[in-house]
Write a protein that binds this ligand. Sequence first.
Ligand code: GLU
Length: 497
Amino acid sequence: MNNPVRVRFAPSPTGYLHVGGARTALYDYLYAKKNQGTFVLRVEDTDQERSTEDYLQIQLQALQWLGLNWDEGPDPKTLKDVGPNGPYRQSQRLDIYNQHIEQLLNSGKAFYCFMTDAEHDELKKKAIEQGDPGQINSPYRNKSLNEAKTKIKNGEKPVVRFRVPDELKIYKIHDLVRGEVEFPSNMVGDFVLVRSDGMPVYNFCCVVDDALMKISHVFRAEEHLSNTLRQLMLYEAFDYKTPEFAHVSIILGSDKQKLSKRHGATSVGQFCEMGYLPAAMNNFLALLGWSSPSGEEILSMEQMIREFDLDRLNSSPAVFDDVKLKWVNASHLRALDNKKLWELIQPVLNKAQIHVPQDEDWCNKAMDLFRSYLETLQDAVELFKPLDSNHFVINDEATETLLWESTPQVIAKWKELLLASSEEYLSAEQFSQLQNQVKEQCGVKGKNLFMPIRVAIIGKPHGAELQTLVPLMKKADLIQRAEKVLEKLLKNKPEKK
Ligand code: GLU
C-alpha cells in the first residue's frame, strides 16, 4: 500500500496571508482531499521578533475564509492543538529540536562554532577571493565537544553549525513540478542550525517537523528551492525519509516583476474586503500554476478536487491578472441565486450605511436587475447608493443643467405626473411613458428633457441607468427628490440674475 498522503502548510506569522501562501495552502488542500489524505497546519514562529499572535489569528482567519480547513494543527479559535502530531507551533517544540541538536552534536554531524561576526566575514571574503563563496571552514569544525562545552560553561554563546560532508556529493530530488534537480554539496558551507540566542533556524526545524509529522509531500514556493540542499543534508544526517517536493511557480505582477505590494492588493484579507468570493479566489489561485484537463476556467472546489493532478502543475511563472480575477469573481457571483447573492450583499450595504427595502419581492427585483452589473460585492455600494434617499445629494455636476431655462418646468411636470400616478413603484415602461408625457406637455426634448429628470432622480445629469434604477425606487421617494431639486432651483433664482 502507498504511504498515506500527508501535506502541510507552514506559514510564518510575520505578516498577512499573501496570495502566494494561499495558493500553496490551496494546493495542499486539493491534494489532500483528492487522495483522502491529511492536511496539517504548522506554524513556523521561531522568528520571535517578527512573529505575532495577531498575525497568526489573521492568517488562520484568512485560511478559514477560503474554506481551506486543516485536519491537524492549531484550532482556529482557541489555538489549542488538534491532532496526534503536535505541538503544531514551532515555538512550542524547542525540546524536540534540542534533542535533535544533541544527536547531531554527539555524532559529530554538527559542531559548536564560536566565530565572531568579524572572523566569519573575514573567512567569507577569503572564500570569495578563492572563487568558492559557498565554502567557509570554521576553525571550530574539528574542536572537541568537551572543549566547546567548557567554553559554554564560561559564558560564551556559540552557534551550532551543520558539518557539510567533506567529500563532494551530488544531492538530487525529483521535483514534482520541476523534474530532476541536482545540488552539488559544495554549494553550501557549514550552515547554522541554532543561532547564538539558542533559537533553531527554519531549515533545521522544517526537516525535524516534516519528518516527525510524517509529511509525504511538501508543496512550497519556488524560492525555497535554494533551501532544499541544506534540508536534504539534514534528512540524510538523521536518516529520515525525504518527502516528495513540489516547488510551485513564482507569481508575477502584470509588469512581470515578482508580485509585491507595489502591484496593489496582495493579501487574502484585502481581497475579502474588496468583495471577492472565497470560491472565486480559490478558483483564480488554483489557475496560477495549474490547469484543468478540460481547459475550463470557472471551477468549483469540488471540481478542482476531482481534477487536481500533479502532472498539470506548471513550472513557468504565473501572472497575477487582476482583470481575470474580476472575471472569475463575476462568473461565480452571477451563478448564485438571488437569495444567496442578497445574503452576501446585505452586510456590504450595511457597512456602507446604505438602507434599502428588505422585502423579498423588492430584493428579488433588485438582484434580477443588478446581477449582471456586479463584478465584486463592493460594486453593490455604488449600484445601491442611488436607491437610498439618505444619500441623495444634488451634485455639482448638476449646476449647468439647473441653469437651463426649461429645467424648472420639466422637473415640476415630472413631479406632477408622479403625483398623479397610482403606482407605488413605476416599471421601466411606465417610467418611459412618463418621460414622454413630460416631453409632450413641456415641448422639451433631448438632453433638455433627460438631464433634468436625471438630476431629479439621482442628483446628477450622468450615471446609472435609470431604466434599472427607477423600478426600484418608491414613487414617494421620487417625488421627495424632485421637490428637493425644485426647492434648490427656487433658492438659486435670485442669484442667477
Ligand atoms: N515558513 C516558510 C514560509 O512561510 C515555509 C516554507 C516551507 O514550506 O518549507 O515560507
